[in-house]
Design a protein around this ligand. Structure first.
Ligand code: TYM
Length: 338
């Protein structure tokens, strides 16, 4: 059982990334190791080039993201931790997979529609083929499982189709991976605008809780979270008519590692939404304060971060080089196999 997932080094990582993805990464590295296999986690710097970027900032954000993941509990001794651009097989495989990816399928991707609508100057070809590189990330490792938040569902479905189409045409070369979405917290919503997902690109800094916000700022954002005017207050989960309250309950449950029903039961004596907000802020701070402290220790040592990436790339290529050899052989590219 092999796991692969990726995270962009753009912007600052938020609670949605943490609950939807990073918590699953940490759990997955142990599960994969226990099964005698490995989990590969990747900071996807090449994907960050699909919208305008600043080259100097890019390096800083890669280090920021790496330090957050390590602070959260990724252990380079247990998993393979890489920077995408260090493993050239990702981009080579993306080209080969492009040959079996339908232009029409890429055109249907929600993320492409949203992000292309936001570009003022240039909608790049890389933004359009983003999901092909994402497919290559996973398929280059023959990974079985892809832990992501709900917003990446369509991309993972596309990569499954691409792997199937490749295998139908060229033989059983690639593994068709499974999507893995957390049961609670797959879609954390913006605290100010709870019908939109929490996101780095939203214009709602007050509604986005960053992993590196301090405890006070976190508490303030939760205290100001939008709920509703039900009187008496109704603390419930999964109610589309009550998106703000449902989101807080989901966050509380995901951060405590319990079910939404258990989170609601723990608030049986709550006098109002204020108690729900404070309980959630406290649970989030309890989860993130140690991560923030470890981040502050890890982030300054860029040489160490580079050394971790170098070792990761070496381990990664032990997997990807043979896979690419099989792919080239199957598609008739490169020297005749002996
Ligand atoms: P990215 O960097 O946008 O997000 C990283 C992870 O965080 C999850 N996520 C959320 N989960 C719950 N609630 C939210 N509001 C929320 N916002 C983000 C995302 O689903 C993701 O799992 N395309 C990917 C990166 C990628 C990748 C891959 C992932 C590149 N190659 C291969 C898996 C496999 C992305 O942009 O994630």
């Amino acid at each position: 059982m092999r796991i692969f997932s990726g995270i962009q080094p753009t912007g600052r990582k938020h609670l949605g990334n943490y609950i939807g993805a990073i918590v699953q990464y940490v759990e997955g590295q142990q599960r994969a190791a226990d099964a005698g296999d490995v989990a590969i986690y990747c900071v996807v710097d090449l994907h960050a080039m699909t919208v305008p970027w600043n080259p100097v900032e890019m390096r800083e954000r890669v280090y920021d993201t790496a330090a957050i993941l390590l602070a959260a509990g990724l252990d380079p001794e247990k998993c393979v931790f890489i920077r995408q651009s260090d493993v050239p097989e990702h981009t080579e495989l993306a080209w080969h997979l492009g040959a079996v990816t339908a232009h029409g399928d890429l055109n249907r991707m929600h993320q492409f529609k949203e992000k292309s609508a936001r570009q003022r100057d240039l909608v790049s070809a890389d933004l359009f083929t983003y999901p092909v590189l994402m497919a290559a990330d996973v398929l280059a490792y023959r990974a079985n499982e892809v832990p992501v938040g709900d917003d990446q569902r369509q991309h993972v479905e596309l990569m499954r189709d691409v792997a199937q189409r490749f295998n139908e045409r060229f033989g059983d070369v690639l593994v068709v991976p499974e999507l893995k979405i957390p049961s609670v917290g797959a879609r954390i919503m913006d605290l100010q605008n709870p019908t939109s997902k929490m996101s780095t690109s939203s214009d709602s800094p007050e509604g986005t809780v960053y992993v590196l916000d301090d405890a006070k700022a976190t508490e303030k954002k939760f205290k100001r979270a939008v709920t509703d005017s039900d009187d008496p207050p109704q603390i419930v989960a999964g109610d589309k008519a009550k998106p703000g309250v449902s989101n807080l309950v989901d966050i509380l449950a995901a951060t405590r590692g319990c079910t939404p029903a258990e989170a609601i039961a723990s608030l049986a004596d709550a006098r109002g939404y204020g108690d729900l907000k404070v309980a959630t802020a406290n649970a989030v701070n309890e989860l993130l304060e140690p991560v923030r402290a470890r981040y502050a220790e890890l982030r300054p040592d860029e040489a160490k971060l580079e050394a971790i990436f170098a070792e990761g790339a070496q381990k990664a290529r032990e997997i990807t080089v043979p896979v690419l050899q099989d792919v080239r052989r199957a598609i008739g590219v490169g020297p005749k196999p002996r």
